[in-house]
Design a binder for this molecule. Structure first.
Ligand code: GDP
Ligand code: MG
Length: 691
């Protein structure tokens, strides 16, 4: 059975770690009757954190998708990760969802990761609701958090609810319900019924003025979006709730306004109104612009697909999950229809693939639920795909399109793994292949000579998780070395060199001279690129020569070369016939000479670090950072805490999370992500023999 477009909501919940994303999700599933008993993060009993690694750490690493009904609509909830080591995962989820709920903790306010994710969501113009959670906590500050959302995120944040009281139950003015500013009613959530029963009543007298004030502000914000509403407000006539909701929907869809809701997920308060808001104000797949792509054969030829079941099928693989029975590919369907037992085309590998079975991941069923077909706008799990990985397009073989692929950053840290036996080596290779398909920010390569496998990723935590999967989940017999920084190289200056090839081979005279220029790109993680000012046919030959040299071991380059631009300036063959082998040998010679002349530069990864720290520990944390070659780029205050921003070489951040914990008695929290590669100083270079 297919679902009608307008009734689907593909949404994500995004938040800084610990803001309450998992708890909010858990409560949503509970009220949607998808689970019988609400799970708790603290007991490791939640539904979405199903990976054993996640349950142990209490954080959500792998984005999964879960489906449940709410008041006649179908909500596909795409779980987004909350840790900064996994920014790429967040970015990937944003590509496939239509709207988002951003959860903030009323106590911590806007934290680093919510800011990063908010900006990513701005980039993809994802309509958003804000949910201010944890109003039951001591130190909860609704207006402070609201101000931060406005000032730090530049959001036009407009409350459509306000809290009644804030703080824990033993407080005099404890958080005990919310006021709905559209209906102008009070809502309280019966605790004995775990919030399932809601009591709607008149606004308490002492809150009346405040509520009216917030309502007036809300209506003023909606002014510019709708004339009818504007004139009603001007005439001081009553504004019907349905009109307010209609205008709020338009304003939210245009991403020019963010409705703000509030509650306490842990205490079962405010979740049903949040679900209502998701269906009322966030877009259906029919409300978002058509998806863009290009003809795989002609990259310049742009193509668009409307969210229409009658158009040819296309979709994007955004997640691959694996278990003992095989792999499940999660696909966002953008256009057309997909049937079980059909064939689709993957333009990246130029192959047709079998969609043997289609599954919906329903929260109320233990197993993925088989479906016969799905339509534009929906999300589906496919069984049977072999060659497809995250980021791939799938399309109708008769009407092909390549959607913009998802790009992933360079890895910055690596770890050597050695299998104990040949049998282990085979098993390891299989598992790594599977992990690579699931997580495109993770890489693994094997050195054929030493038999050593190197895995690399986005940070210490990322590799630790992979290590635990290999050792604990897959029970592999492998030795794991300490993680190491992934260095890169570039060149110091531009250089031009001419390479030659003059020899007789099997009776043929090979003769060629090739001149190339080599220069560094100033910054950015650009790979080695090759251009040619010569007739276009020489370009593939010169590229092949460059790749050949880059693959050679012991050429004075201990690390992969990046940020180098190569331009072929001339290629001549004297009196002889032009010969590909001669050109290639001459180009390789020219590249080696130019590399020598251009001089090497060792590049090390720099992390962007943020530490939220209570004032009394700032001195210790700063002192420690200075020992770590950190450049402090900013200090701000956030509530009772300071926020230190710094750029620090990854090499000096090993074990940092633990160090911060002991320096601050566990009260400071750091987060980090790769920022860029930068030239390493002499003392770092001196650690390497080749330098
Ligand atoms: P996530 O990291 O964003 O998924 O956050 P979790 O849902 O795992 O919550 C982090 C911690 O905050 C857990 O200990 C939760 O029990 C707690 N928590 C979540 N929501 C609330 C809330 O509304 N009030 C209080 N007091 N604690 C909460
Ligand atoms: Mg979580």
């Amino acid at each position: 059975m297919t679902r009608s477009l307008a009734d689907i909501r593909n949404i994500g919940i995004i938040a800084h770690i610990d803001a309450g994303k998992t708890t909010v999700t858990e409560r949503m599933l509970f009220y949607a009757n998808a689970i019988h008993r609400p799970g708790n993060v603290d007991d490791g009993t939640t539904t979405t954190d199903f990976d054993p690694e996640e349950q142990q750490r209490g954080i959500t690493i792998y984005a999964a998708c879960v489906t449940f009904p709410w008041k006649g609509k179908t909500i596909n909830l795409i779980d987004t990760p909350g840790h900064v080591d996994f920014t790429a995962e967040v970015e990937r989820s944003l590509r496939v969802l239509d709207g988002a709920v951003v959860v903030f903790s009323a106590r911590e306010g806007v934290e680093a990761q919510s800011e990063t994710v908010w900006r990513q969501a701005d980039k993809y113009k994802v309509p958003r609701l804000a949910f201010i959670n944890k109003l039951d906590r001591e130190g909860a500050d609704f207006t402070g958090t609201l101000e931060e959302i406005r000032n730090r995120l530049g959001s036009n944040a407009v409350p459509i609810q306000i809290p009644i009281g804030q703080g824990p139950p033993h407080f005099k003015d404890a958080f005990r319900g919310i006021i709905d500013l559209i209906e102008m009613k009070q809502m309280t959530f019966v605790q004995q019924a775990l919030g399932k029963e809601i009591v709607v009543s008149d606004i308490p007298e002492e809150m009346q003025l405040e509520a009216e004030d917030y309502r007036r502000q809300m209506l003023e914000e909606l002014f510019s979006f709708n004339d009818e509403l504007a004139s009603l407000v001007l005439e001081e006539s009553p504004v019907p709730p349905d009109l307010v909701r209609k205008v709020l929907r338009e304003a939210t869809l245009s991403a020019r306004l963010n409705p703000v809701l509030c509650g306490s997920a842990l205490d079962y308060q405010g979740i049903q109104p949040l679900l209502d808001a998701v269906t009322l104000y966030l877009p259906s797949p029919a409300d978002v612009p058509p998806v863009e792509g290009h003809d795989p054969a002609k990259p310049d030829k742009k193509l668009v697909r409307n969210p229409d079941p009658e158009e040819p099928f296309c979709g994007l693989v955004f997640k691959v999950l694996a278990d003992d029975h095989g792999e499940l590919h999660f696909v966002r369907v953008y256009s057309g229809r997909l049937k079980a037992q059909s064939r689709v085309y993957n333009p990246r590998v130029d192959k047709k693939e079998n969609c043997t079975q289609l599954r919906h991941i329903q929260a109320d069923r233990r197993e993925p639920w088989p479906v016969s077909d799905v339509e534009a706008g929906d999300i589906v799990g496919i069984i049977g795909l072999k060659a497809s990985v995250t980021g791939d397009t799938l399309c109708d073989p008769k009407d092909v399109i390549a959607l913009e692929s998802i790009t992933f950053p360079e890895t910055v840290i690596s770890m050597a793994i050695e299998p104990e036996s040949t049998a282990d080596r085979k098993k390891l290779a299989d598992k790594l292949e599977m992990l690579k398909r699931q997580d495109p920010t993770f890489r693994a390569t094997t050195n054929e000579e030493t038999g050593q496998t190197l895995i690399s990723g986005m940070g210490e935590l990322h590799l630790e998780i992979i290590k635990n999967r290999l050792l604990r989940d897959f029970k592999l017999n492998v030795k794991v070395r300490e993680p190491r920084v992934s260095y890169r190289e570039t060149v110091e200056k531009a250089a031009t060199a001419t390479g030659e090839c003059h020899r007789v081979q099997a009776g043929t005279t090979l003769s060629a001279d090739v001149t190339i220029r080599l220069e560094p790109y100033p910054e950015g993680e650009k790979p080695v690129t090759v251009e040619s000012e010569l007739p276009i046919e020489t370009l593939p030959i010169i590229s092949a020569a460059v790749n050949e040299v880059l693959a050679e071991q012991g050429q004075g380059r201990a690390f992969p070369l990046i940020r180098v631009k190569i331009t072929a300036l001339s290629a001549t063959c004297g009196e002889t016939e032009p010969n590909e082998i001669a050109f290639r040998a001459a180009a390789a010679d020219a590249f080696r000479k130019a590399l020598d002349a251009a001089g090497p530069v060792l590049l090390e990864p720099i992390m962007k670090l943020e530490v939220v720290v209570p004032d009394e520990y700032v001195g210790d944390i700063v002192g420690d950072l200075q020992q770590r070659r950190a450049i402090i780029t900013g200090t701000n205050t956030r509530g009772k805490n300071s926020v230190l921003e710094a750029e620090v070489p990854l090499a000096n951040l090993f074990g940092y999370v633990g160090a911060v914990r002991s320096l601050s008695q566990g009260r400071a929290s750091p987060s980090m992500e790769p920022r860029s590669y930068a030239a390493a100083p002499a003392d770092v270079r001196d650690q390497f023999l080749n330098w």
